[in-house]
Design a protein around this ligand. Structure first.
Ligand code: F1X
Ligand code: MG
Ligand code: MG
Length: 280
């Protein structure tokens, strides 16, 4: 049977490449930084411009499709995943990196139909790495197949995570306590690229064995979730249960056993869901 969504995926790859060139160009100029929910939740005109570029182009080509885009949601659009074909867009994953010139910055485009993720495209544009995956057809970086690591020993693993942007002291204590417990297993090390999408692609590549974070959003992880699972990895909630894309929690691992082992050390908490109704 013809692959129904291949056209859409080809378009996503082309758009990610175009968007990446815009982001790279913007890295040469001074960047005007604005705040969203707090002083550590940043946005720039480039985030907004890239999201509009992607959405307008998709609307022209696929007029019936729907969108969940980070900056559109910030501007008041609903964050609802229906059964309709839906593009889930993070125009710049790693805006803080972008602002500082730290070289992990990605364009993330996921696509879901009937609430099932069909493909994911993550373009790490400074490194010029194009990560792609179509459900059932494998994951690739610049056309080369990806495979998660075969590490079964937690004590010989590298775990990726982030400090996150929720900075009330109680939450920070939980984040640090989880990291402390994981370090003391002990694992070989903890890393973090500053972008969920790239951290997850690192799981898909096999250079880290697991990644977890609480506080991410659906647009940070939708595309990379396909890439991880098509590379042979597993996705779960930080408690080891089933992944819920709107819950703002993710754990991606090279195997269920590594994932479950890490989940036992995580102090879970529950940020306001992405699909929560807006406060009145
Ligand atoms: O706002 P952005 O840049 O699209 O994304 C937010 C984010 O970069 O912040 C987290 C670090 O806590 C990442 O894991 C996540 O992807
Ligand atoms: Mg993001
Ligand atoms: Mg972003």
């Amino acid at each position: 049977m013809a692959d129904l969504w291949q056209n859409a995926m080809d378009h996503a790859v082309a758009l990610a490449r175009t968007a990446g060139a815009v982001v790279r160009e913007a890295l040469q100029d001074e960047r005007k930084v604005m705040m969203k929910s707090s002083s550590v939740d940043l946005v720039t005109q480039t985030d907004q411009k890239v999201e509009q570029l992607i959405i307008q182009s998709v609307k022209d080509k696929f007029p019936t499709h729907r969108f969940i885009g980070e900056e559109s949601v910030a501007a008041g659009e609903a964050c609802v995943l229906t059964d309709s074909p839906t593009w889930i867009i993070d125009p710049i994953d790693g805006t803080t990196n972008f602002v500082h010139g730290y070289p992990f910055v990605a364009i993330s485009i996921g696509f879901a139909v009937n609430k099932q993720l069909e493909f994911g495209v993550v373009y790490s544009c400074v490194e010029d790495k194009m990560f792609t995956a179509r459900r059932g057809k494998g994951a690739f970086c610049n056309g080369r197949p990806l495979q998660v690591s075969d590490q079964k020993e937690i004590s010989q693993s590298i775990v990726a995570t982030e400090f996150g942007s929720i900075r009330d002291p109680e939450t920070v204590d939980k984040v640090l306590s989880s990291m402390r417990k994981i370090l003391c297993i002990p694992v070989h090390g903890i890393r973090g690229a500053g972008t969920a999408a790239v951290n997850m692609c690192h799981v898909a590549c096999g250079c880290v064995d697991a990644y977890y974070e609480i506080g991410i959003h659906v647009w940070d992880v939708a595309a990379a979730a396909v890439i991880v699972s098509e590379a042979g990895g597993v996705l779960m909630d930080v408690t080891g249960g089933q992944l819920d894309l709107m819950s703002r929690r993710v754990l991606a691992a090279s195997s269920r056993s590594i994932g479950e082992r890490i989940s036992r050390e995580i102090e879970a908490f529950a940020p306001v869901r992405d699909d929560a109704p807006p406060p009145q």
